[in-house]
Design a protein around this ligand. Sequence first.
Ligand code: SDX
Length: 428
Amino acid sequence: MSDKATIEIDGEKYDFPLIVGTENEVAIDIKALRSITGGAITIDPGFKNTGSCESAITFLDGEKGILRYRGYAIEELAEKADFLEVAYLLIFGELPTKEQNEKFHADIKAEAVVDEDVKKIIDAFPKSAHPMGVIASLTSALTAFNPSSVNVNSEEDMYRAIVKILGKFPVLVAWTMRKKQGLPLNYGSDSIGYVENILKMMFEKPNHTYEQNPILVNALDKLLILHADHEQNCSTSTVRIVGSSHAGLFASLSAGISALWGPLHGGANQAVLEMLEGIKQDGGDTKKYMAKAKDKDDPFRLMGFGHRVYKNFDPRAKIIKKAADEVLGDLGVTDPVLDIAKGLAEEALSDDYFVQRKLYPNVDFYSGIIYRAMGIPVEMFTVMFALGRLPGWIAQWREMRLRKEPIGRPRQVYIGETYRPFVNLEDR
Ligand code: SDX
């Protein structure tokens, strides 16, 4: 294969080196493009063909439906690892040894307390506030209560900030939900695991000791692993570009949470359940909604379907669909929207419109069915996505800082008015 790409502009030829990754992905290195061509740039709305960085964290192959964290297949990690092991792997690059795992757990548990004044911030929100807006605010507010976590120039400072947010974020997630429900805000316990604590803080009632259900613990652990990273998606790219200005980790994560909120991204898991509920209320006529999804004049989209990269089944959707069957079966729960979801998927997978556009169920299509079976309110679904994605955002932010990436500052092609002299008010 050639080791360069050549671009010709006005008869002038310019050569650019190729970068080839460990999975043989090829990129044209255009770092010198503007300087050697005298000003030409590229343009690529949505960055569909543009790489923002070289990264060693997550590999995905959209055509083959492959997803690996640091070289390990998502199917194996979901089956054999737990969430904090995967968090350690994503952030530090290797699966932890027994000692490293124990220290990581202990350091995170030591940080699983939040300044009581944070409750005053939560109290200021109306119960009607969307939990994503609350958790984004609380995450940014953490900077005020942990100022040492802003200028993390040493690996030690970075580690301290990382265990702080991994310890405190689940508390904020639980408090966000409990506040909305009018329930007391409580803590976990250092005698139980990370995922058990999330469930305990979310569901323990003042008059009822929460009994851990291993089915729910296992399902939530698996969901968090499946959401943990996904290379340069919208919210991760946001975390990286905000962090590239040397804004602190918590501020960068807060920006990523806001990007994830959108219904085209992480907000889709809430939109899927609302869509399925709407179809159920409307008599369960999936064919009517399939027609709406294909109608260019109809803004309705089949939420949870399609993906920028996956042009095959999202491997996470396959695992989550199986887990949804298991969880509902084990809990003895029947949820009619699961049948509607399966009916939509079967129809779409044999419909030319979807087949031609390679639209398959994505990570958000089935996840909400499990969250609902757990008793998590639909407005909290995207917060659960953020909880899972936290280690991936941290890993990508850390990689960007350790590689000393330059501040992100894209160029543009100006298409506005050319120079024109000012016109005084009385002359307009
Ligand atoms: C996530 O990037 C990531 O990795 C994200 C994520 C992660 O882990 O971080 O995987 C998580 O965000 C998953 C995606 C969740 N979003 C949704 O489920 C929302 C519904 N899906 C879409 O809106 C859409 O598929 C996107 C946003 C996911 C991808 O959009 P693209 O890549 O910009 O594709 P497009 O909008 O240009 O669509 C291509 C064609 C269009 O039709 P034509 O103009 O070619 O005729 O496919 C159609 C679209 O109209 N299309 C859909 C559709 N998705 C695309 N038609 C109906 N229903 C849909 N869901």
